[in-house]
Every structure is written in C-alpha cells, then in structure tokens.
Unconditional design. Structure first.
Length: 279
C-alpha cells in the first residue's frame, strides 16, 4: 500500500485543484510520491479534455485591472469559468486568471477568440487553459474579455460570497471632472445592473418592442383610447429608468438620478462594462 497521509491528500488537492478521488488514485499509482502524482494527474487530465467539452462551466471569477495608456486609462475585464466553486477559489485557478488578464492587457484582445491566441506564460492562452484543465480535472473556459478606454477608468469588484473571488466586476469610464464620483457609480452599477448608458443607446428595435408591449398591455387593461399614448409613453419612460444608467435612481440617494450626480461634477460618463460570472 502506498505510503501517504490525509494531510498529503489535502496538500495535493490544494496544489492541483484536482478531486479527492483523482488525488488518491494518483498517489496510489505514484507510491506516495507527490511530484510524480502531480505528473500523473496532469497526463490523465490532458487525455480527458475532449470528454469535458460537453460539460457546463458556470462557476469561476472575474479579474480586472486598469492601466495607464498615454495620458488616458484602459480598464480590462476577463471572465474565467470552471465547473465548481471549489476550483474557483483555488489559488492555482486564481493565478491562472491573473495570467490570462495580463495576456489580455498586453495583446489588446477584444474577443475571447483573440485572447485564446494571445501569448501567456511562454505559450498561448489556449495552451495554458488546456494545461489547467489537465491538472485540475475540470472544464476551464476563458469566456469573455472587455476593454474600456477613457480619460479616467474606475473599477469595482464585488464578492457575492465571502468565500469566493469576485463574481461581479464593473468598469466605469469618465472624464477628469466626473472621476470623483466614478467609484460610487461603479458600485451602483454592480447593484442595479443597467443595460445601457443612456436612452439614446437603446437599440431602435428594443424601443419599438417595448412600446408595442406597453400599448398592448394598456389596451388589454381597457384604458380610454385618448389616454393610451400618454400611458404608453409613461411605461416606456419606466423602462428607460430601470435600464439606462443615467436615468436610474442613484443607489446612495434615490431622490436623485445617476445622471444628476454626474452632472453636478461638471463632468460626464463615457461608458461602462459590467460582468457577472455565468450571466
């Protein structure tokens, strides 16, 4: 019988992120040699990548960083997924996400496909991802990347569970004047999940769809025909207030709006990005 202890199993799980059964089998095969067991886990993991393709990876984390760029700033978000929360909080997985983020910043990748080909840790992000899958034994996916450039960019990372890395991340772009409220606005975005910056950014087809729904609902309620246009516009405004950032009631003071808070600085918002793991 291989010579290893429960502490050895725990240490190897923490080091590789592999499941308990896989670790025990590897230690048995390696006759208790931890380094040899790691190699066994890796080799078996590489063989299992194709089998994991159809599995769902909805846990994970979001990594974020803001860097200087010739007098302005660029913020970058990457979402990296795994199958379980156990892996999501593993230090090896967190280090992997940091390398992917660095690759995204250095390469300027705009899509997950571009990021997969970017250089990371002496190879490509795809090769690094395959290696992580081999060691951890779960499906690992670099799901998406986003970049936001502005005179000033602020970031906010939110933990929905204190035991897990950030599950929600926000980038907010402003000019210099509005930078003083940017972080509070980022926290607002994390909580209120706006879809658009302003009502002018809502696609025409979305506005038309919401208008049609409002009209159909109003007529079904038997409202007087003369009142229908006014009620429809009121309901459409309600949609804008719910989904457009500058029209939303401000989280720290619902009596005002985000747009008015920014306007009071004399500055402006230039854009935002919000990611939530698995959403």
């Amino acid at each position: 019988m291989a010579n290893y202890t429960t502490a050895d199993i725990k240490a190897l799980r923490e080091k590789t992120g592999a499941g308990m059964l896989d670790v025990k089998k590897a230690l048995d095969e390696a006759d208790g040699d931890a380094e040899k067991a790691i190699e066994i886990i890796r080799v078996k993991g590489l063989k299992g990548i194709a089998k994991r393709e159809g599995r769902s990876a909805t846990a994970g984390l979001i990594a974020a960083k803001v860097v200087e760029d010739g007098g302005s700033q660029v913020g970058v978000l990457v979402e990296v997924n795994a199958e379980t929360d156990f892996v999501a909080k593993n230090e090896k997985f967190i280090d992997f996400a940091a390398k992917v983020l660095d690759a995204a910043i250095a390469s300027g990748a705009q899509t997950a496909e571009e990021l997969a080909e970017a250089v990371a840790d002496g190879g490509s992000v795809k090769e690094l991802t395959d290696s992580m899958q081999a060691v951890i034994g779960e499906k690992i996916v670099v799901r998406r990347v986003a970049r936001l450039a502005a005179p000033r960019v602020d970031t906010y990372l939110h933990r929905t569970n204190p035991d897990l890395p950030a599950q929600v991340a926000v980038l907010v772009g402003t000019d210099e004047a509005a930078a003083e409220v940017a972080h509070d606005i980022a926290m607002h975005i994390a909580a209120y999940s706006p879809l658009y910056l302003a009502r002018e950014d809502v696609p025409e087809e979305t506005v038309a769809k919401e208008r049609a729904i409002a009209e159909e609902t109003t007529r079904a309620e038997g409202k007087p025909e003369k009142a229908v246009p006014r009620i429809v516009e009121g309901r459409l405004n309600g949609y804008f207030k719910e989904n457009c950032l500058v029209d939303q009631p401000y989280a720290k003071d619902p009596k005002t709006t985000v747009g008015k808070v920014v306007g009071a600085t004399g500055g402006e918002l230039t854009g935002f990005v919000r990611f939530r793991v698995g959403a």
